[in-house]
Design a protein around this ligand. Structure first.
Ligand SMILES: [Zn+2]
Length: 224
């Protein structure tokens, strides 16, 4: 069986997290969200973790080569020998270059970069309509999943509110940052011929089906 070495890209609210969870189950692949594995490396007090921590403690960005080494340490482990899912790395073209060089050094290469996309208007509609209950964090959507009594939780009657992160203006800003960061990467992976686009406005099951079909085709091509 050929490896599935995957990168996930996508704006907030397009269902990237949901698809990541499905892929982990479908293909039994480890999922590496960069923020999480950096924090784990720091907690484990590995040499590399210590190095990352020294930057974080000073309030500096952890340099590309350090982040890349943390990622590669995980990628080059037993659990990732059949593949992996990377989320949040690479974020920049230099990071993409570091990753490709490191994979080459391991005799591996990227299988695909999966872009789960959705238009800005749809992301804003999805995120700005979310409401969360105060007591237990039950979630609703004013349009797609409204509570029976407007403004109150069905289960415990506590008031619903919007997270700061989900306010329309904040979502717009998050999208601007996302586009500025991601556009060069999308172009890069398109040029490399590894970018695969998926329509995040479709139902999660349907998106998952498309991704699985695409990966099955890629694996067949590799085995020929
Ligand atoms: Zn509730």
């Amino acid at each position: 069986m050929s490896e599935l070495n995957l990168i996930l890209l996508g704006p907030p609210g397009a269902g990237k997290g949901t698809q990541a969870a499905r892929l982990r189950d479908d293909f039994d692949l480890p999922y590496y969200a960069t923020g999480d594995i950096l924090r784990e490396a720091v907690k484990e007090e590995s040499e590399l973790g210590g190095e990352a921590k020294s930057y974080m403690d000073r309030g500096d960005l952890v340099p590309d080569d350090v982040i890349c080494r943390v990622v590669v340490e995980r990628v080059d482990s037993d659990e990732a020998r059949d593949g992996f899912i990377l989320d949040g790395f690479p974020r920049t073209i230099p990071q993409a270059g570091e990753l490709e060089g490191a994979l080459r050094g391991l005799g591996r290469r990227l299988t695909a970069t999966l872009l789960i996309d959705a238009p800005d208007e749809e992301v804003i509609r999805r995120l700005s309509g979310r409401r969360v209950c105060k007591e237990n964090g039950h979630t609703y959507h004013v349009e797609f999943d409204p509570p029976k009594n407007e403004g109150f939780c069905d289960s415990d009657g506590s008031p619903l509110s919007q997270r700061d992160d989900d306010e329309a203006e904040t979502v717009k800003h998050r999208l601007e940052v996302f586009h500025a960061q991601t556009k060069p990467l999308v172009e890069h992976y398109e040029k490399e011929g590894v970018l695969r686009r998926f329509d995040g406005t479709r139902a999660p099951d349907e998106v998952n089906g498309h991704i699985r079909a695409t990966l099955a085709t890629l694996r067949l091509e590799e085995e020929l």
